[in-house]
Design a protein around this ligand. Structure first.
Ligand code: BTN
Length: 242
């Protein structure tokens, strides 16, 4: 990715106000978690050698994909908000390419049933810091069960252009006041796939609980009916069983 093309679009007065472009790094999330960068710093890498996915999974991050993270240094009441705003920004950016992906709760962006993008937030509540990592299959060879933007639109994508469009959208949502957040959550819910009734497994008090999704709430949490019929509300990660 060409820094010279991107840098003029990074506005010092916006929330995302600084960019670091690396040719190779283990993980852009790790890089921002381990170092103390100013709030609003974006780190993007052409290649990640140990890209992090959900649940400690490896995230394939070969050349041609968009792999980046940004850090916000403040106390975060609802870290999940970063997943919501990133999902909406991604869906709207894909729409600029004529695509209508779905947000699969909690943080997958799917085209058909194939994953085009993933989001991973890492939160250091003690130091009031949150890192949001976004991976988008752009021109790279997409792994199994995934699809690249290039495959979806049948032409090579200008990655800088995609990135600039996405950062602009992220920035708009990061600047939103409480009132506008409602609108954002509305957009998120609108693009969400219906997961009610789906079989899921969650970790609760260090124990695995199997149940069915009852409802997805606007704060990003979900209620589940467990095998004994108890209703539990979960804010963290949920695994779909089928
Ligand atoms: C998922 O499993 O769906 C989340 C994938 C998140 C991948 C991105 S790529 C940029 C950032 N750095 C990482 O190591 N992971 C995230």
């Amino acid at each position: 990715m060409n820094l010279k093309v991107i840098e003029p679009h990074i506005n010092k007065n916006h929330v995302l106000n600084k960019i670091i472009i690396l040719s190779s790094i283990d993980s852009t999330n790790k890089y921002l978690m381990d170092n103390n960068f100013a709030s609003g710093t974006i780190a993007a890498a052409a290649v990640q050698t140990a890209g992090r996915g959900k649940q400690g999974a490896h995230w394939q991050s070969g050349s041609g994909g968009l792999w980046f993270s940004f850090v916000i240094n403040r106390k975060i009441i609802n870290p999940y908000m970063f997943v919501i705003l990133s999902s909406v920004a991604l869906v709207e950016t894909f729409a600029m390419y004529g695509l209508k992906p779905e947000i699969k709760w909690p943080n997958d962006i799917l085209l058909g049933r194939l994953k085009i993008s993933g989001i991973l937030i890492e939160n250091d509540a003690y130091n009031s810091k949150i890192v949001t990592g976004i991976g988008v299959n752009i021109n790279n060879k997409a792994p199994q069960n995934a699809v690249s933007l290039k495959q979806a639109v049948h032409k090579k994508i200008n990655m800088e252009e995609f990135f600039i469009r996405l950062v602009k959208k992220l920035d708009i949502y990061l600047r939103q006041t409480a009132g506008l957040k409602k609108k954002l959550i509305g957009k998120w819910v609108m693009n969400l796939t219906d997961v009610t009734g789906r079989d899921v497994s969650v970790i609760r008090n260090k124990k695995r609980v199997i149940g069915k999704v009852k409802k997805v709430y606007k704060d990003g949490s979900v209620s589940i009916v467990d095998e004994k019929g108890n209703v539990i509300r979960i804010k963290g990660e949920v695994f779909f069983l089928a």
